[in-house]
Design a binder for this molecule. Structure first.
Ligand code: SF4
Length: 372
């Protein structure tokens, strides 16, 4: 007689959608290799089986000033702190020049919740970038930043997004999602928008045609059910947005919580934080199977290192992320590393047995015959 996990994997291979309970059962009891095999099969059905994509880009953290005090954040500084900064247009411009010089096609701008920057600061910045660097794609401002700007301005989320889009915003990255569960959010980021608030910003962004991705951070001491609940909320919104606007999350990216230099590192529960490489790989595989309406699953080398990131390509991931060039938020809390050259990304992809292909933000191929 088949074990329950075998029956579930068999049914899902025939197209049956996983329920949250089934996903939790797979997470708990499917053997590692069988789970990886099933996720790999699903990945092959959805996207080019031989290719793994990557992006050449740079993260730009335009300000580290923040009033939200997330317990897992080592990046931010309160207003007035000696190390607080906000970059000028010219400083951002120099970073874009360096990005273009290495063949970069996108910048990803994120920052803290600055209490004194009005919406016009953001729209002026976008307009300035558009005028000086028309070739660069701008993905910027996670849902929590949008929520913060809208609250400061006392305008709606939709109006905030529309004005940013009009000024040149192409996409909204999925940062700030962390764990879409209000018990976890109240514990580790009580001043941040709740789960429904994050989803609502993404719903509006998708409705006006912005490119969006979704993310998840595991390792807050959450239950398995809370992890799957996060995936379930993403899957529901994806169904809704695809049906209503023909637009949804382009990719899902999960990583593991890093706590170095954060308040969580000295908390009494510090042993319960974080997740192992094996747990991460199970999560990637379950995500590939559960998020049957999201095309791309990214592997995370910054938090897991190259070896586990390569292994994730055998557990359903089809994208190796981006060069990043400069990352300050997750790396402040102790990542393995915070940037990788194009040549090294391609080497890692080839070592895993795939052909590297350069893409843009929307996962359209720019170069599928990469020689790097
Ligand atoms: S994670 Fe973002 S919102 Fe939270 S404290 Fe850090 S910069 Fe502020």
């Amino acid at each position: 007689m088949s074990e329950a996990w075998e029956t579930i994997l068999q049914e899902t291979s025939l197209g049956k959608r996983l329920t949250p309970d089934e996903a939790a059962l797979l997470y708990r009891s499917a053997p590692f290799r069988a789970l990886g095999r099933a996720a790999r099969r699903r990945r092959i059905e959805r996207v080019d089986p031989g290719k793994v994509t990557y992006l050449i880009d740079r993260n730009i953290n335009y300000t580290n000033v923040c009033i939200t005090d997330c317990q897992f954040c080592a990046f931010y500084r309160p207003p007035g702190h000696d190390e607080a900064y906000t970059l000028s247009n010219e400083q951002i411009g120099r970073k874009i020049e360096e990005t273009l010089a290495i063949g970069g096609t996108r910048i990803l701008m994120q920052g803290g919740h600055h209490p004194d920057l009005p919406l016009t600061w953001y729209t002026d910045l976008l307009g300035w970038i558009r005028a000086h660097f028309p070739a660069i794609e701008i993905d910027a401002f996670s849902p929590s930043e949008i929520d913060h700007i809208a609250s400061l301005e006392r305008i709606t989320i939709l109006e905030t997004l529309e004005r940013l889009k009009e000024a040149g915003l192409a996409g909204l990255p999925g940062g700030g999602g962390e764990m879409l569960d209000d018990e976890v959010r109240r514990r580790v980021s009580p001043k941040k928008q709740d789960a429904a608030g994050w989803l609502e910003v993404m719903r509006r962004a998708q409705a006006i045609g912005l490119a969006t991705t979704c993310t998840q951070v595991i390792g807050f001491g959450e239950t398995l059910e809370q992890r799957i609940g996060h995936l379930s909320r993403l899957r529901d919104l994806q169904d809704e947005s695809q049906a209503e606007h023909g637009n949804g999350f382009i990719a899902f990216i999960a990583w593991t919580l890093q706590t170095a230099n954060t308040p969580l590192a000295s908390s009494a529960q510090k042993r319960t934080y974080g997740a192992t490489g094996g747990e991460y790989l199970r999560h990637v595989a379950v995500s590939r199977l559960f998020l049957d309406n999201v095309d791309h699953i990214q592997s995370s080398w910054p938090t897991q290192g190259e070896r586990v990131a390569r292994m994730a390509l055998g557990f359903g991931a089809d994208d190796f992320g981006s060069t990043m060039l400069e990352e300050n938020v997750v790396s402040s809390a102790g990542t393995t590393r915070c940037s990788m050259s194009e040549a090294e990304i391609c080497t890692q992809i080839r070592r895993a047995g795939f052909k590297p292909a350069q893409r843009d933000t929307r996962y359209q191929l720019i170069n599928s015959e990469v020689q790097a």
